[in-house]
Write a protein that binds this ligand. Structure first.
Ligand code: CA
Length: 397
């Protein structure tokens, strides 16, 4: 069962006026995904996704011009040797960034394919699940374009959105800070706490928009407001600054979505920079490396909650890995978030997440079900794939 064909699909879903938003760093007027499809000599198919940042078409170039010549004709079940070959040969130039993004999509597709051939979910192939569903948290509370010129309106809008999440059954919400002034961030996060009430689980994410001092001031406010975690307070290169904040603040520090591979995550863990590690499977090296990172995190007694930002394929892959995250530590009655993982469920408009996968992902109470079907556990709707595809490339034998 050799790899016969590797296809890439650059998907783009433009966002119309009211759907547009800003993270702490960038405006979003379109959602992009780079989808990988691998087909074997006997017709088996696997799907993967590469990368999480806004530009993705360069990953297709890398896959076809750099990786495909090493993959075509190789036995598709050799997932571990393939991973080490693709990573190892690119070590001199590609230990982080696009090369590992590209490798991630290949790895996810090979796991999906293997599961479908063996009629087994990925989590079953990896040794069995700790859970069949996971507590989802809403990722939202972004900035609206109007917020940039209307600080008072920004506070009113975030109140409305927090109330909608509450009504839709979520028991945990994460919102953004860092785009506007510290004063505005404090007003917005205070407003959210007022809407959801005491005891409701809240997190916030700065997309590394602060320096150390501003992050400390924001962190002190967030812990006074009883926020649970403070994500990416400072730039990912500032591991020492992140570790320093962790010592200075009682709020949990989360991070890792911009880091790559077990070696990158090792640096975060060795520096004791995070309380919660957040690998993104479409970037960190795929499901294979996600499992390695999980083992590494358990050695540092550090909980793992996957970062999830892509299409339905990225969501499905993250759900498969989340199934095998052990409670940290083991207890007679595991509870999220104390020792059970939570799952990042992006609520911004994204048809690539909601429509690409047959049936989508439905919240049951505050829980997301982990798909049990073979591979990633989802079927791709190829008519949806084609409708959003702006560039299709193929490498074959
Ligand atoms: Ca984040």
């Amino acid at each position: 069962m050799q790899i016969d064909r590797i296809e890439t699909f650059v998907l783009q879903a433009p966002l119309s006026g009211g759907q547009r938003f800003y993270s702490s760093q960038a405006p979003f007027s379109v959602r992009n995904s780079l989808i990988v499809k691998i087909t074997t000599s006997d017709g088996a198919i696997g799907w993967g996704e590469s990368g999480v940042s806004m530009p993705v078409s360069h990953l297709a170039t890398y896959i076809h011009e750099v990786l495909a010549p090493r993959l075509l004709g190789v036995e598709a079940d050799q997932i571990n040797p393939i991973w080490h070959d693709l990573y190892g040969f690119s070590r001199d130039f590609g230990r982080k960034g696009a090369s590992v993004d590209a490798l991630s999509g290949i790895d996810i597709a090979l796991w999906d394919l293997r599961g479908k051939v063996l009629d087994s979910s990925v989590h079953a192939l990896m040794g069995g699940a700790h859970r069949s569903s996971v507590r989802a948290y809403a990722t939202g509370l972004y900035y609206h374009p109007e917020d940039l010129s209307d600080a008072d309106g920004a506070v009113a809008r975030i109140r409305d959105e927090a109330a909608r999440f509450l009504d839709s059954g979520f028991s945990a919400i994460k919102g953004k800070v860092g785009l506007l002034s510290l004063e505005n961030d404090i007003r917005r996060m205070t407003a959210v706490r007022e809407v959801v009430g005491d005891g409701f689980l809240l997190m916030t994410d700065a997309n590394h928009a602060y320096n150390r001092h501003t992050a400390r001031r924001m962190g002190e406010t967030l812990q006074d407001l009883d926020y649970y975690w403070f994500e990416e307070p400072v730039v990912p290169e500032d591991i020492a600054g992140c570790a320093q904040l962790r010592q200075q603040l009682s709020i949990a520090i989360a991070g890792g979505e911009c880091e790559y591979s077990r070696w990158g995550m090792r640096d975060l863990l060795e520096a004791e920079a995070v309380d919660i590690l957040q690998p993104d499977l479409s970037a960190c090296g795929g499901l294979s490396e996600g499992r390695n990172i999980l083992a590494l995190a358990t050695a540092w007694h550090t909980p793992v909650c996957c970062h999830v930002w892509g299409s339905g394929i990225a969501v499905a892959a993250a759900l498969q890995l989340t199934a095998i995250i052990p409670p940290i530590p083991h207890t007679a009655s595991p509870r999220a978030p104390e020792n059970e993982p939570m799952f990042e469920f992006d609520r911004t408009h994204n048809p690539l997440r909601d429509d690409l996968v047959d049936g989508g992902f439905a919240l049951e109470g505050d829980q997301l079900r982990i798909p049990q079907d073979p591979g990633l556990g989802v079927q791709i709707d190829e008519s949806v794939l084609k409708s959003f595809c702006v560039s299709h490339r193929e490498s074959s034998r």
